[in-house]
Design a protein around this ligand. Structure first.
Ligand code: ATP
Ligand code: MG
Length: 286
């Protein structure tokens, strides 16, 4: 999904059929369906600094998963890689069994074509800590821009769906305002509606309440609880709101030192974490 400063791939409506998908072994679920998203041997380096070292995890279709871990450990990096906002140094990411940016071809790791990557990226939505709304567009224009220009929807159709989403986030009366006239909580609810307008299969949420005043955090979490409850969208969430994480997550992953070190249901993770590192982290944040 495009946002003012984070849109490295140019969406292409007439991308046409992609070339052959990878010959990679995939972890299929018990129901035979591929995971919604899978990180396989993922490596991410910034220069000499290795942030992710052989990271492996997957999220099942429709599952809501929260990533927790210390500041600077690489949680945002994981989401930005999934959104193709960062270049993958090594390994593979699969979306619904299909390679996202790199694939195995003839025993080699090959980068996919830009338009194939863009097609995959369209299936994923992300909401950022700093809303990233287009300041020069109205609320409804923010929401309908990508459905019109990326998905090729008609203006009328995109607007109707946009208004429906604004009703869902409780902002139908703000459709023709500019973002600067809205509170932070309202802007973030618009950003959520904008992500949903692309009908994402996967929604990535990166500390979406961290930039908000405490008294308006609740309105944004309420909207997200509704999305989690009422849709089968797969959600990968980074948050410090542990009550929210406990309420909406099927699983919580503790991430540290470039690896997932603990993978539990929220009940178990928050009441009796196994790993010493998780215990000290949770003690500090709870
Ligand atoms: N563009 C970049 N260039 C160089 N280093 C980066 C860049 N982006 C992130 N890093 C480094 O990668 C590491 C992981 O950063 P990341 O933002 O993913 O952490 P995080 O877990 O999201 O932290 P926080 O909880 O504070 O948001 C940090 O050491 C950070 O300094
Ligand atoms: Mg972060």
């Amino acid at each position: 999904m495009p946002s003012p400063d984070e849109n490295p791939t140019t969406p292409d409506v007439d991308a046409g059929p992609g070339h052959d998908v990878a010959d990679a072994p995939l972890a299929f679920g018990a129901d035979g369906a591929p995971p919604a998203i899978q990180f396989e041997n993922v490596v991410k380096k910034y220069g000499d600094h290795t942030v992710l070292e052989d990271l492996n995890f997957s999220v099942r279709q429709g599952e809501k998963v929260t990533l927790i871990g210390p500041s600077g450990s690489g949680k945002t990096t994981i989401l930005r890689l999934a959104m193709t906002l960062e270049h993958l140094t090594g390994g593979y990411i699969y979306v619904d069994g299909q390679p996202l940016t790199h694939e195995r071809r003839g025993g080699k790791r090959v980068e996919r074509r830009k338009k194939d990557i863009a097609k995959m990226t369209r299936r994923i939505g992300m909401v950022f800590q700093q809303f990233n709304l287009f300041p020069n567009m109205t609320v409804i224009e923010n929401i309908t821009e990508a459905p019109i220009h990326v998905l090729g929807r008609s203006k009328a159709e995109a607007r109707a769906r946009g208004i429906e989403l604004l009703e869902q986030v409780g902002l139908e009366d703000k459709a023709d305002e500019h973002p600067s006239r809205l509170s932070g909580g309202q802007q973030q609810r618009v950003a959520i509606a904008r992500a949903l307008a692309m009908d994402p299969e996967i929604l990535l949420l990166d500390e979406v309440t961290s930039a908000l005043d405490p008294e308006i955090v609740g309105e944004v979490l309420w909207v997200l609880r509704e999305v989690a409850k009422n849709t089968d969208i797969t959600m990968l969430i980074v948050t410090h709101e542990m009550t929210f994480a406990q309420d909406v997550s099927d699983r919580v992953l503790m991430f540290d030192g470039g690896q997932i070190i603990e993978d539990k249901t929220p009940e178990v993770m928050f009441s009796s974490p196994e790993h010493e590192r998780t215990q000290s982290f949770l003690q500090a944040v709870l």
